[in-house]
Each structure stands twice: as structure tokens, then as C-alpha cells.
Design a protein around this ligand. Sequence first.
Ligand SMILES: CSC[C@H]1O[C@H](OP(=O)(O)O)[C@H](O)[C@@H]1O
Length: 347
Amino acid sequence: MEAIIWENDRLRLLDQTKLPGSIEYIECDNYRVVAEAIKRLSVRGAPAIGAAAAYGLVVGAKQIAANDRATFLAKVSAIAEELGATRPTAVNLRWALERMMMRLTTAPEQEVNKLLDIMLEEAHAIYNEDVQSNRRMGEYGQELIPVGARILTHCNAGALATAGYGTALGVIRAAQEKGKNVSVYADETRPLLQGARLTTWEMVQEGIPVTLITDNMAAYLMAKKKVDCVIVGADRITANGDVANKIGTYGLAVLAKHHNIPFYVAAPLSTIDMNLASGDEIPIEERDAKEVTHHGGQLMAPEGVQVWNPAFDVTPNSLVTAIITEMGVVYPSYAENLAKICGKKKE
Ligand SMILES: CSC[C@H]1O[C@H](OP(=O)(O)O)[C@H](O)[C@@H]1O
């Protein structure tokens, strides 16, 4: 099941808010449809929203009526700004749009049609590179996974959160492909239940044993010695190795430390933001109170109650055992070793 499909010169996005109940695709004939899909988490997951925004920029560029390069570039840039403002935390969104604009503005072509072709080529490259990097990440990460490991994960860092294969779930897939006979505990991940709705769905599709738990069961699961390691994704990793990920991740990391359980983060280099020194600088998205006070359209708290709904939290690097990337596994000192591996990528 692909989250993002470009076919017949059109973009279709799997509407993940409908999963697992129904499989519905959104036809994106306007870039504003893509922007809305990102905002409402129809498409979600750091790499997936980066790839979706890249294709969304192509959709928007095709809507522009302009014959000259300068006007075309100015209008595409405005669309990139709109798409980039849809969600603040996942750095992949801005990374993908900046990469698209860099390719476009450095292209020598003058004709708009040729520039459109170049933009589509770059969006495809972003998409295809993500799938390849997830598979490489899986290869490196599965080396950390013992045979029979019981792995706890949070939210959804799977094929649905990427262009395919997944980051945290990519490591799990790779371990299973190596015959390591792993099993998964999936946090439901309140309030939007990406774990209950999406991670369990992906694992069931793959035939990987998965047990759904509520977020507040993780501590007792670890106390009962039922977890061998924790693997999560990331939305932004700063130069010192602090990790922004779905709300609830920080609590899992504290619990893992207390129970002496390895806590791994799987993320492509496109999620590493070397421009930020530490997690304090990461913009944390706060979302609508209704996501907390309602479930399935049913009111679950008194009208008007105060709500705090940060979509992410920040795990300090001291709680992270290792960061699994497509270029290898990074251990502390993260400041030194992330700089090295990011530098290596540019070679
Ligand atoms: C592979 S990145 C997945 C990452 O994105 C999720 O957030 P959201 O569902 O709000 O886009 C969550 O933080 C996952 O770990």
C-alpha cells in the first residue's frame, strides 16, 4: 500500500485518516489539496510529507499560467512557501521544498515546459531515494536486533510515513527478512492513534506478530521484562542528537533508560537538521484541541475544557542509544559523529 502515487501525470495520496477502515485516495489536481492533506494528516510522517510536498510543488507549478522563467519561478516559490508552512516540526518538509527550489533555480533552461520536467524529475528522485535509504537503514539497523526480539515502537514510522518500507518499521521488516523472528508491541499513540490504526495495519499485512497496547501500558510492559528494545522514527534530529518525534516518545525513552532497554531512533539524513544545535530550538507543532476532546466525533471531555496538544516532544540525546541512518549506525558523541556522517553524505 503506497502512501503517495504519481501516475498518468497526476498525484494521488492515500487518505490515512480513513485507515484502517477504508482505503481511499485523494486526487490532487490542485496544490492546495496537497497542502490540506498534509495539514490534516491524510498524508503524514516526516519523509512522506517531504515527498508529498515535492510532488505538490509540481502540481502547483503545472497550474501556473506563465510563459517567462522569472514569473514562473516567482510563482513556484510562493507555492513552496505555502506548502512549507503546513507543518513546522518535520524538517523533511522544508528540506524537500528547498531541494526542489534549488534544482529549479539552478537549471539553465528558460522554457517553462522544460522547467516542469526538471521539477518532476527531482520529485521522483526525492521519492526513490527515500525508499532506497529506508532499505539501507533497515540493513544497518537489523544488525542491532537479536533473534526473537520483542520490539516496542511508537506512532507509525512505516511505509505509510515514508515513500515506502519505513524507517523504524523498515528496521523491523529487515530483521524479519533476515529470519530473526521478531515481534512488535505497538503503542496506540494518542490522540490520533497512528500506532493503533497504521502500525498494526502494516504489521498485520506483513504477517509480523504485533500486539497493540495503550500508551500508558508501556511502563508495565517493560517492568514485566517483555521488551528487548524500543525503535522509533523521528521528525527532526538536531546537531547534538536531540530527537523530536511523536508526543509520548520522550516518556518511552525515560522508561527505557530506567529499565536498561536499548532505545533506537531510525531516520534518514534528510531528518537531521545540522542548523539547530539542540532540541530546544525545534518548533513543536500544537494541534487542534478537538483531537484530544473528541474521538470518532464523540465528545470525551466537557465543552470548553483547557487542552494542551503538542504533536511532538523532544528526547534528549542522553536517552538515545543509537541513531540508525542509511549511512550507518551513529553512536555518541552525536555532535561529532552526526557531523561526520552528514559530511560523508555530501562527498
Ligand atoms: C518516519 S517519520 C514518522 C514520524 O512522523 C510521525 O508524526 P505524524 O504522524 O504527526 O506525521 C511520528 O512522529 C513518526 O515517528
